[in-house]
Design a protein around this ligand. Sequence first.
Ligand code: PRX
Length: 652
Amino acid sequence: MSEVLSESPIYPPKENVKPISQISSLDEYKNLYNFSINHPEEFWAEQAKRLTWFHPWENVLDDDFSEADVAWFSGGKLNVSHNCIDRHLKDKAEKIALIWETDEPGEAKTYTYSQLKHEVCRIANVLKASGVKKGDCVCLYMPMMPELVFSMLACARIGAIHSVVFAGFSAESLRDRIIDCGCKVIVTANESKRGGRCYPLKNIVDKAIQGLTLVEKVFVAKRTLTEIEMQPGRDLWLHEEVQKERRSCPAEWMSSEDPLFILYTSGSTGKPKGLMHTQAGYLLYASMTFEYVFNYHPKDIYFCAADIGWITGHTYLVYGPLSVGATTVLFESTPLYPDPGRYWEVIEKHKVNIFYTSPTAIRAVARFGKDYPAKYDLSSLRVLGSVGEPINPEAWKWFYETIGRGECTLVDTWWQTETGGIMITPLPGVTDMKPGSATLPFFGVNPCLVDDNGLELTENNTNGNLCIKKPWPGMARSIYGDHQRYVETYFTQYPGLYFTGDGCKRDEDGFYWISGRIDDVINVSGHRLGTAEIESSLTSNPLVAEAAVIGIPHQIKGMGICAFIVPSVEASSFSVDEISGTIKQQLRNDIGAFALPDQLQIVKGLPKTRSGKIMRRILRQIAIGEHEDLGNLSTLAEPNVVDDLIKQLKTR
Ligand code: PRX
């Protein structure tokens, strides 16, 4: 292990960013880092000056971390939308806040901070007029269009909690999420546009809320010219409603620990969890990490290619950049539309300085070689970022050399929906870069590795389960409506520690190398999917008797989904194609097209222990063709199943 790591190349910090780095040297980083860990209250009290407070906070931290009970800046009052808009109006009213790069190239639209305020306030007034009050939850099921950003900030302005549901989720998934947080109001669009195709968002909403008396109002943004059915009394066009409203709306005074948003993510068991983030700590953490990790400067154009339906879009497309008054690009399309040069075209056109994307997207475009990037002027780029999954060294090098011309800092940022913001990352001009390593912790973040018994592994050159020892302001505070589940999921496996669910190595320099999930979560293209969630959809189909889902390496997506199905007796009159067609449709309906398996294996039986537990380790080895040495099979209930499986898969 140590040999492999010591062979990994080291890229020293880029000289060009040193003079403009927030932190000037590794020593300065270490000193400030140690201070942030040893004196967290002093450190974060100083940082809290970044935010504009309506009323000062009293306590920096009320900490009962081991009980998962943490409050930051209690007693303080502020408003997130005020921090992201109003406070910039004095000197940045005409600065561009948002550049909307639409699906069709050449149709970009911009909004200044002053326009942003008007748009946000009008939607805030629309929501208020429809009865939304402080503490109510509003569901946003929308394309990557400005109205989504406006609606998030409108909720924040009036103290409503937003729950953005990724627009790729099916009606069934959307329905679950609407019910879980009791949304009476939904904001959606008639259609979404992506990669030259239109998707019927409003139809999906209609299906999701059929028979749900809970939902009182559906506001529909007009993204395309396609006509849709509007249910009188319930559905209203957003563009018509905003016309009726004033362009100002007072910003509600929110307590630091009031909820800001709920975002659902998959876990290893049960239904998706609605992680709840609160106001002050989240915004402060988003703001500070944004500035330091991306070496942000006021004239920079910043482009985060993530979808707002996931946490990266929340923190680093909307809240982080807007809190510091940055210009942020909202990208509606895909990296491959109309051709694999689309990212580079956007970067050239808007003179982007900071570009943040995922390893999946990098691999997807790298397949097409250097010709596409070569057509564009990428010299404006200074910092590149990667997030969502481990980045393989080949993709890292391609990004660094082909896109960054070897002149940019590449920050591989590790974090999670639960952490709210970046936790482990290089800092431009400060940290050595090692392809594949997220390197060192951010200020205030105290990671540790533990063995399976929870014993801390203090030496370097070691592998373990990644935990965090102390609270940080950006951490999620709860699972909405189920605090017990929050405690059990994150704080009980290793008492006193937050368990991330990731495996990790720490090398001889103390650099962290995240190896990926060690629970039953698959990270597909940087999107988390629980195997239990997919299996429960599969087994709800009458043609399926049993199902097991595992993650397998995938060249582009990082991890792919492999589903093993044992058909039911009822399936005997159907062909294999019919069974797989039905199953895929089921997954589309229950979760969304992005949960379709890359491999669907219809098999006679699954390897199980005598107590009936499916042995996924064996399935994983068979799926990737490593079945020569399957280890100890003595606990298997029916050892023949394994031979059958190998034979069956070999003959395909
Ligand atoms: O396994 C880690 C992986 O993504 C998981 C978090 O997924 P999610 O909550 O959807 O948030 C993704 C965007 C922040 C982590 O538990 N992950 C995220 N970033 C990295 C990563 N794995 C390795 N390296 C990263 N830079």
